[in-house]
Design a protein around this ligand. Structure first.
Ligand code: DLL
Length: 433
């Protein structure tokens, strides 16, 4: 068995990793100064030149890039290489109006597939595995990202893409897939469909899943692990920084190791933009130190999480990020209180429900309303109104203690909330309309 484990880098001392980052950062800042007039102008406005950046300690002097810059510079304004040197694009829908279009040279694709190969290896994958990639293929980075990573580890790759759930299950069984890659919400749907087909975890050969692209709670992990009979690993990334594989979980399943030889992470206060000390919760900012076609420097992800350098039992020394609890733009402000959908999900799963829910926010008579529609599981389904009322009241209580505000809970029939094959749509905010 051959394992794609780059121990010399992944377990290097923090000092060695810092040396690598220092060297690459100096180069990357020169690269953007010389090749990306948009970012050079931002540097000039801040009075910084490449000479001011000698190491990671100087990172804070550099200007941030945000989704608004991506919109302003769309489509070619942040290109760092001639277009003829680019071999691929990927794209994601932006929340600021324009889609994000990211460019890749062959070298960029190679380092991206290395990141995904490390993630697959950390989840126990090797050239002995059959990896079914059920993220969408195409402009979304999930499919082709994990696909290239699976090739790099030498696994037999099943490019299933998303959708067609029965065929997914047929391939898993017939081709004896051992690892599946998809969104956690789709993994939950696969588990539900298998159960309906009368299959138990013992009937399927899967041993692990690599799930990301959306926020998912620890409770959802437990649920997926139980219903599919696998170990469920988290993987994080975003199109602006290549795609999946910026960070990945290892056997410890306790936070995701950031590929620090390619990405420098910072946590900032999203309001003041001040860099926060390790361990603080705040917005994640990344600098991609060796991506050339789309070289993001101090890119504000809007994802909220914490970083830790605490020792990991797997031996990797890369800094770890906790599960992002959501994005600053996912955060709902309801009657002045900050609410993340992931907090609501935690309460539902703790109370025996599955992650089939929808959050509907509205404003009635100038007051925000929070309605949570939750599916009953087939086991708990009943038409006994007293039982339903009691269950609803229990959830209202649980949500009140988690969020500090009162929500209205409506239990709905099993399978009445639309399932997602990619990222689940959890929130409908009618206040914006
Ligand atoms: O979702 C890349 C990806 C594909 C990651 C497959 C993992 C697996 P985008 O469509 O650009 O890229 O969306 C990026 O998704 O800023 C986070 O808000 C969210 N996200 C991605 N992974 C996770 C995760 C892909 N593991 C945005 N946990 C990011 C929570 C995640 N949120």
């Amino acid at each position: 068995m051959e394992r794609y484990f780059q121990e010399d880098i992944e377990c290097a001392s923090p000092e060695r990793i810092r040396e690598i980052q220092n060297e690459k950062l100096v180069e990357q800042v020169k690269h953007v100064w010389e090749n990306v007039p948009y970012y050079r102008k931002k540097m000039e406005e801040k009075g910084v030149t490449p000479d001011d950046i000698k190491s990671v300690d100087d990172l804070h002097k550099l200007p941030f890039l945000s989704k608004y810059d991506l919109r302003d510079a769309y489509p070619y304004g942040l290109l760092g290489t001639p277009l003829k040197d680019c071999v691929r694009i990927h794209s994601t829908s932006g929340t600021t109006g324009k889609r994000v279009v990211a460019f890749y040279t062959q070298g960029d694709l190679d380092l991206w597939s290395e990141c995904c190969a490390r993630a697959i290896t950390a989840a126990g994958g090797s050239d002995e595995d059959v990896i079914q990639v059920s993220y969408g293929y195409g402009l979304f980075t999930g499919g082709l990202g994990l696909h290239d990573g699976a090739h790099k580890v030498g696994a037999l790759t099943v490019p299933a893409s998303s959708g067609n759930t029965e065929r997914q299950i047929m391939f898993i069984r017939d081709l004896e897939a051992t690892i599946i890659c998809c969104t956690p919400s789709y993994a939950a749907y696969l588990a539900e469909s298998m159960k309906e087909m009368g299959l138990t975890p013992d009937d399927i050969p899967l041993k692990a899943g690599i799930f990301g692209a959306e926020a998912w709670s620890e409770e959802m992990r437990k649920d997926i692990q139980k219903t599919l009979g696998i170990k469920a690993f988290d993987i994080y990334g975003l199109t602006e920084l290549s795609g999946p594989g910026v960070a990945f979980e290892c056997s410890a399943q306790n936070g995701m190791h950031i590929n620090e030889d390619h990405f420098i992470a910072e946590i900032i206060d999203p309001d003041t933009e001040e860099v926060l000390p390790e361990g603080s919760q705040g917005e994640l900012v990344f600098t991609a130190v060796d991506k050339k076609a789309f070289p993001m420097v101090r890119y504000r992800t809007r994802d909220i999480c914490r970083l830790t350098r605490e020792k990991c039992s797997c031996g990797r020394t890369f800094i770890r990020m906790a599960k992002p609890m959501g994005r600053t733009d996912d955060m709902l402000i309801i009657r002045g209180v900050n609410v993340f959908p992931s907090q609501i999900e935690t309460v539902l799963l703790e109370n025996g429900y599955q992650a089939n829910y929808q959050i509907i926010v509205d404003r009635v008579n100038n007051t925000d309303t929070l309605d949570v529609h939750v599916e009953m599981t087939p086991e708990m389904f009943t038409d006994d109104i007293n039982e339903i009322n009691k269950r609803q009241a229990d959830l209202v209580k649980g949500l009140l203690s988690m969020l500090g505000i009162k929500a209205k809970v409506t239990l709905v029939a099993p399978k009445s909330i639309t399932r997602s094959e990619g990222k689940a749509v959890r929130v409908i905010d009618n206040r914006k309309i």
